[in-house]
Design a protein around this ligand. Sequence first.
Ligand SMILES: Cc1cc2nc3c(=O)[nH]c(=O)nc-3n(C[C@H](O)[C@H](O)[C@H](O)COP(=O)(O)OP(=O)(O)OC[C@H]3O[C@@H](n4cnc5c(N)ncnc54)[C@H](O)[C@@H]3O)c2cc1C
Length: 466
Amino acid sequence: MLNNYGTVTNSTIASLEGIVGEKNVLTGEERENYSGDESADVGCTIPDVVVRPADTVSVSRIVKLANEQRTPVTPRGSGTGLSGGAVPIYGGIVISLERMNSILEVDANNFTVTVEAGVTLDSIYQTTAEYGLYYPLYPGEKTATIGGNVSTNAGGMRAVKYGVTRHWVLGLEAVLPTGEIIHTGGKYVKCSSGYELTQLIAGSEGTLAVITGVTLRLMNSPGKSEILFVPFNNLHDAIRTVPEILREGLLPVGIEFVERDILDMVEEFAGLEIPMNDYAAYLMIMVEADNEDEILSISNRIGDICLKSGAVDIFIPGSERAKRNLLEAREKFYPAMKHAGILGVADIVVPRSLIADFVEQSKAISEQHGLPLIACGHAGDGNVHLSLLGKETETNREKANQIMSLIHESGISLGGAISGEHGLGILRKDYLRIAAGKSKIELMKRIKLAFDPNNIMNPGKVLDLD
Ligand SMILES: Cc1cc2nc3c(=O)[nH]c(=O)nc-3n(C[C@H](O)[C@H](O)[C@H](O)COP(=O)(O)OP(=O)(O)OC[C@H]3O[C@@H](n4cnc5c(N)ncnc54)[C@H](O)[C@@H]3O)c2cc1C
């Protein structure tokens, strides 16, 4: 049995204390803080023990011990994940990377930053800005660690122009389930030197290795940025506008879409005032350029396309404050919906030209089953977040599971994938059988076992081995 694990004994605790010191081994109530993540519909499991190493050698010694004793290990960043990936479902040891939070080097000549995996996104933004450099991704939550971002291949609101986390990862330091430490990639921009382990570990959700260090690519800061907030009378027109903008060769940083119900929730939850808040659907289009003239020209061209495609108006915030207000509203979509009560969130990605069809099919499915569904997401990259609203009751749970299953089938049949950015974790791993054939799943299992023959590394996430 690959999930028949050894128990954490007093002697294990003593060994862990020997590695990281007594105060960095948590066995009391504090473990609750390491038992869940930010998903609305995943429970919590309290681990047997939480360890907080301060360096890679300690991580290696902990993992080696766990492997010898066949104890499950769950790597954890800030716990902001939305798929249950950091929930230690088999108990065991949670390795929290919170103390590995140093920026090791900003290399302005090579446009790179090298950090420990527990560094937060916010800290990367602040430090690189001091050098006039820029890490352009923004996966929604600044308190997340870069180790977590790499592990989930986080995307976010700027992926239309800049792609996702894996596109900015040049190299990793990682501890394998045996305790061996490996270094992949480096401060170079091209490489054709055997299997691409950096990209295999990126997006593996802590199931192949503990990432302890990350080298990221950087760019020069763009000169100017702007946001267009564009109301429509219906969601269909809003989403249909997206390919029109992209076809013109205009490359906004991001194009987000949202239904009005979500804005109402944000206003109530966060006390924010949202301009022009009485239309059915909105696009929020973010642009960047080197100078004011260029940004004005791009904004005008995008504005014209939106108006031709049925937009009611175009709102361009006049001040940094108004811009910040809009971005803050965007950041609150998920917390506001979670507060209102959601039974599930889909993170499906479909080809961009099919978003409108997909959202319409999904709404029809949820309507047939009698639960309301609201939509928002990253329209510019085809990543749709569909949230099922309702109270947690037995009947609603049954309906929600049915709807989610049908919606995933619909997304896959349109040529999409189960998760655009949040990962499979425990929430979405069952849909893998819809999306991947037997051969592909068996290959994934063999890769997992090649890294982790005892299945100790974040077991029960992404795929089940038996
Ligand atoms: C309000 C809100 C908005 C969000 N918006 C977005 C968004 O727009 N786009 C997006 O992509 N995500 C978004 N997220 C999700 C979240 O921020 C990401 O999933 C993030 O990448 C997780 O980082 P973390 O440090 O919190 O990791 P955790 O939640 O702690 O862990 C996530 C997964 O990574 C693994 N892991 C963590 N650290 C390591 C490590 N060092 N080595 C190996 N495995 C590790 C864990 O085992 C787990 O499987 C949002 C979350 C919230 C709460």
